[in-house]
Design a protein around this ligand. Structure first.
Ligand code: WQD
Length: 351
């Protein structure tokens, strides 16, 4: 079986991607220093796949420790790189922490990729590289605008490092620009475990609905959109996960025309905050208590994807609709509350 290294494998998108890779016949190992995650999701992953994935608890900013993993696994044929700090608001408060983590970790990984001649590399990028777009939907050729946050800047820098290193490397690259990943695996054995108070809309909805945090604040309803609230492209995390498997297979089959191929991962549907709330209430039967608050600094008014390239070239098909995204997110919230009660919130991420 082809062996794939997933960095950030204990995280939200990482764990879902490992499930999809295993279900498609790949062998997987993970590197995750658990600074922003716990092995909690590896247990759920094992319940789904029957496989206990080996995680190397290594900080990618330590080159020697990272290189040791490659020495022990010279048969790695592909790398999917998720491990990075990714909280937009935190990055505004602590920009140097983000630059000091997200950039050196990528460079170390690329140095090992080159030394061990790993053929394929998939980079977790983000629609934040587009900034506030002039035209929507955005395509992969849409201009990248000045990043709205240090987090977004680290994604832009990461893409440029790969673009400028690839000509002298044998590795083939894919950059995947996620829109808004939400929801949980249909088995409800894995899902999102936000650190502390969630910044993102869907975990904020589910945590306020279950009473873990106060009533949701909608950050502004006076935007120039159909209902005044921001528009985003919410995409189920399992659809995002499968695109990674398709990306590796795309490179394995030599389908790429360029050494670095970029793909937008979104549904192509713009959904407003108020519409997302309505979908949550409809799909779960929960009435959500929320109020309108001031705008949040850095928020993009509206963005959603043109995903035609991923659909036609990767053969990517969107399986999950908005109601399923909301229902699985809610079912996961209910489950971790039960687990929390069961395990007495031993998991620091559940506090
Ligand atoms: C969505 C909308 C908020 C919380 C995220 C990630 C970023 C990138 C892109 C991967 C906005 C509104 C939110 C709340 C609200 N993903 N909102 N009340 O800002 O689009 O960015 O996706 O790289 O990393 O952060 O997502 O979920 O934070 O916000 O009204 O309590 O929900 O104003 O309009 P965003 P988000």
């Amino acid at each position: 079986m082809s062996k794939i290294l997933v960095t950030g494998g204990c995280g939200y998108i990482g764990a879902h991607t490992i499930v999809d890779l295993i279900e498609n016949g790949f062998e997987v190992i993970s590197i995750d220093d658990n600074s922003r995650s716990t092995p909690f999701l590896l247990t759920g992953l094992e319940k789904i796949t029957g496989i206990r994935v080996k995680n190397y608890k290594v900080n990618l900013c330590d080159f020697d420790d990272t290189r040791a993993v490659f020495q022990e696994n010279p048969d790695i044929i592909g790398i999917i790189h998720f491990a990075a700090y990714k909280a937009v608001g935190e990055s505004v408060e602590k920009p140097l922490m983000y630059f000091d983590n997200n950039i050196p970790s990528l460079v170390n990984l690329l140095k090992c990729t080159d030394e061990f001649k790993v053929p394929y590399f998939v980079f977790s990028s983000s629609c934040t590289v587009y900034g506030n777009p002039d035209h929507i939907p955005v395509t992969e050729q849409s201009p990248t605008k000045p990043a709205e946050s240090p987090y977004g800047l680290t994604k832009q820098i990461g893409e440029l490092i790969i673009q400028q290193s690839s000509p002298v490397m044998d590795t083939q690259f894919i950059l995947l620009r996620y829109f808004n990943p939400v929801g949980a695996h249909p088995s409800i054995h894995i899902g999102e475990l936000p650190l502390g108070k969630p910044a993102n809309l869907v975990p904020a909805i589910t945590q306020s609905a279950i009473g873990k945090i106060p009533a949701l604040t909608v950050f502004g309803n006076d935007y120039p959109t159909r209902d005044g609230s921001n528009i985003r492209d919410y995409i189920h995390v399992s659809d995002i996960a499968h695109a990674h498997t398709l990306g590796i297979q795309f490179l394995e089959n030599g389908k790429n025309n360029n050494k670095v191929e970029i793909f937008n991962l979104g549904t192509g549907n713009g959904v407003s905050v108020l519409e997302a709330i309505k979908a949550f209430e409809e799909s779960t039967g929960q009435k959500l208590d929320y109020h309108i608050g001031p705008r949040r600094a850095g928020d993009v008014v509206a963005i959603y994807a043109n995903n035609e390239k991923a659909v036609t070239e990767l053969g990517w098909e969107i399986k999950y609709d908005l109601n399923t995204m909301m229902k699985t997110a809610w079912d996961w919230e209910v489950k971790i509350k039960e687990d929390e009660l069961l395990i007495g919130s031993q998991n620091p991420l559940l506090n």
